[in-house]
Design a protein around this ligand. Structure first.
Ligand code: DSN
Length: 448
């Protein structure tokens, strides 16, 4: 494993400097890396190895992204030292001048970006974010109507293997059997009238379509149910005005992670109506969590500030354009895609169909050519989750890196060729060389 570190090579720092001048601050990151290299070479080597992997290859896992250099600075800052249970202006520990300023900024930016009446930016990530909403507004045994996992839903939407699936009673809706990916709202309404859920949940981790949130809201209104949209995957695309915003349709709760299409640090946010604000805040703390991760919240504030800039709208648009280009090129090569294509940032390729290999073999094959994807179940998949029938691809990270539609078509060619020649080591080595040559021409933000 290489331990060459450009950040160190480019920088020098006099030992024992106590200056707080900008030049000293600028040297801190390199000082921290030097300390890690000297004192824990094994962890250091793994981090340098991951940096090199990210440089040489391309991330097509749709829930991943390359975060901002400013977020690295926040993640590695003194904010990691601070306990801040409570909320700005009402904490349980002293010394909160700067934590309060950061959390207030993050909250204000989240509200402005999504047009929300209230925002809680403390959830540690996606699972606790969703759990907090359930725990705040549902009683054990309450019913929720949510999307089927294999049709695109998510584990935290009550999959039987999750605790949420044991505490609450989840009924499932699916997409139409015609393969279009459309949701049958007549059927969904009938299910709602039959089960009378307390909450109707919209959201996915592998659904390549946008939603008609108004149709969900109308059905929920008919039965007096709460509405929740988990837009973790598409939070950045909604923020960038490239996809519909459930808040505009009157949803009670919108949850999103911050590290996917939003490009921020790992974390979660709950956006809600003012009438739910107190319950949401109490559900997050003290209901579910202790001290918020203030280093992550600093990074979230930065991320939301960036997403408010006009350039972010262009990023959201380009992410979807890239996904469409990649999907179209794959279909032209003969690949079978769930729903036939995409309207957002992701697509699911049925690898058992065209390529005669399951998703695990496909994922491992693409790893060999430095293209990172994940194995994925497809609707009503007959195969088990660790050997499912497909793979999931997405474009938020590649778009961040500067890839455009031309590079998407190149990637489609390499993906198709690698999957067709999955047992030809020579061919895979040749493709890997081509992929890495392209990737090295597009530096990873913060790692150049
Ligand atoms: N792990 C995330 C994803 O890949 O969709 C969601 O939890």
């Amino acid at each position: 494993m290489s331990t060459t570190d450009p950040a160190l090579e480019a920088s020098t720092s006099p030992a024992g400097s106590s200056s707080t001048s900008p030049s000293h601050t600028d040297r801190l990151a390199a000082d921290h890396r030097r300390a890690l290299r000297a004192n824990d070479p094994e962890v250091y080597a793994a981090i340098v190895g991951e940096e090199e992997r990210e440089r040489r290859g391309i991330e097509l896992i749709p829930s991943e992204n390359y975060t901002y250099p400013e977020v690295f600075a926040c993640n590695g800052s003194v904010m990691t030292n601070k306990y801040a249970e409570g909320y700005p202006g009402r904490r349980y520990y002293g010394g909160q001048e700067f934590t309060d300023a950061i959390e207030r900024l993050a909250i204000a930016r989240a509200k402005e970006l999504f047009g929300a009446e209230h925002a809680n930016v403390q959830p540690l990530s996606g699972s606790p974010m969703n759990q907090a909403v359930y725990m705040g507004f549902l009683e054990p045994g309450d019913k929720v109507l949510a999307m089927d996992l294999s049709h695109g839903g998510h584990l935290t939407h009550g999959a039987p293997v999750s605790h949420m699936g044991k505490i609450y009673e989840f009924a499932r809706y699916k997409t139409k059997p015609d393969g279009s990916g459309d949701i049958d709202f007549d059927l969904l309404r009938a299910q709602a009238l039959e089960h009378r859920p307390k909450m109707v949940l919209v959201g996915h981790s592998s659904y390549p379509r946008d939603y008609d949130y108004g149709a969900f809201q109308r059905i929920a209104d008919e039965i007096g149910a709460l509405t929740m949209a988990d837009v973790s995957h598409i939070g950045g695309l909604i923020a960038g005005k490239a996809l519909a915003n459930p808040i505009d349709a009157g949803f009670d709760f919108v949850t999103t992670t911050t590290h996917k299409s939003l490009r921020g640090p790992r974390g979660g946010m709950i956006l809600c109506k003012k009438e739910h604000a107190k319950t949401v805040d109490k559900a997050v703390f003290p209901g579910l969590q202790g001290g918020p991760h203030m280093n992550a919240i600093a990074g979230i504030a930065v991320t939301l500030g960036k997403a408010l800039q006009p350039e972010f709208r262009e990023y959201a648009r380009a992410t979807i354009a890239n996904a469409k280009a990649l999907a179209e090129a794959l279909v032209e090569k003969g690949a079978k895609l769930v729903t036939g294509g995409t309207e957002n940032h992701l697509m699911v390729v049925v690898t058992t169909d065209t390529y005669g290999i399951d998703g695990r073999v496909a994922e491992e094959t693409l790893d060999e050519v430095s293209i990172t994807v994940n194995k994925q179940i497809v609707p009503d998949d007959p195969n088990p989750p660790l050997r499912p029938s497909g793979i999931r691809l997405g474009t938020p990270a590649a778009t961040t890196r500067g890839f455009g539609e031309e590079q998407m078509r190149q990637l489609a060619g390499w993906i198709d060729a690698a999957l067709r020649h999955h047992d030809d080591e020579g061919k895979l080595a040749e493709i890997r060389g081509e992929v890495e040559a392209l990737c090295l021409a597009y530096p990873v933000p913060g790692l150049s």
